[in-house]
Design a protein around this ligand. Structure first.
Ligand code: ZN
Length: 199
């Protein structure tokens, strides 16, 4: 907050009037899960670009048209993911794959078996030690914060799980399951005839 105060006192005063859990990820209790936009209208703006300044009826038509396309594209992608036995949707899967590869450069330096915690040393490109992160598998937490923010096990958590002989895939939060993703997009859009045929 001091940095904001130095940069812009007006912004500082404005933000002091809003409770921190509403505009920061650090104080929201982990609910945003990596989402940096501040509200749902940002998401809708992204979907409805180009729909502004149109007559209301055109905006409604365009909205439904784009939603149908959005669901259609997702369903097509789901068919591909299920056919390829992908365990999670693309967002979680790609992050996990990237962090899993990264974990092979890490090593466990200290550990406490009672709560399955460990200090994980990460290495730089030239082989120098870069950082040490502390993972606790019992509380599902890593000091880097990524596991808590995204719900996806970070490279340090993956390294620790492997070191303890556990399956790191088990560390993924269950809401990323393909089953839940399929349920999200299983809704159908019923075609509506012209108004003259209503009733
Ligand atoms: Zn981590």
């Amino acid at each position: 907050m001091d940095a904001i105060k130095n940069l812009n006192p007006n912004a500082y005063r404005y933000l002091c009037g809003i409770s921190r859990e509403k505009w920061t990820m650090a104080h929201d209790g982990g609910w945003r899960r990596g989402v940096m936009t501040k509200n749902m209208s940002e998401c809708l703006n992204g979907v409805l670009k180009g729909a502004r300044r149109l007559p209301i009826s055109a905006i409604v038509q365009l909205t439904i048209g784009r939603c149908v396309k959005y669901f259609f594209d997702r369903k097509e992608r789901i068919t591909y993911m299920v056919a390829n036995n992908q365990p999670w949707p693309d967002f979680a899967f790609h992050k996990y794959e990237k962090w899993s590869i990264k974990s092979s450069n890490h090593s466990v330096s200290r550990y406490e078996i009672s709560d399955k915690s460990a200090s994980v040393v990460t290495r730089g490109r030239l082989g120098h030690n870069e950082h040490v992160q502390v993972v606790n598998l019992s509380t599902r937490d890593c000091s880097c914060g990524k596991w808590t923010i995204f719900g996806i096990p970070c490279s340090h958590a993956i390294c620790t799980a492997k070191w303890y002989g556990l399956d790191p895939m088990e560390l993924m939060q269950p809401w990323f399951s393909m089953h839940r993703y399929v349920k999200t997009y299983e809704g159908r859009f019923i075609p509506i005839p012209d108004e003259g045929y209503w009733g």
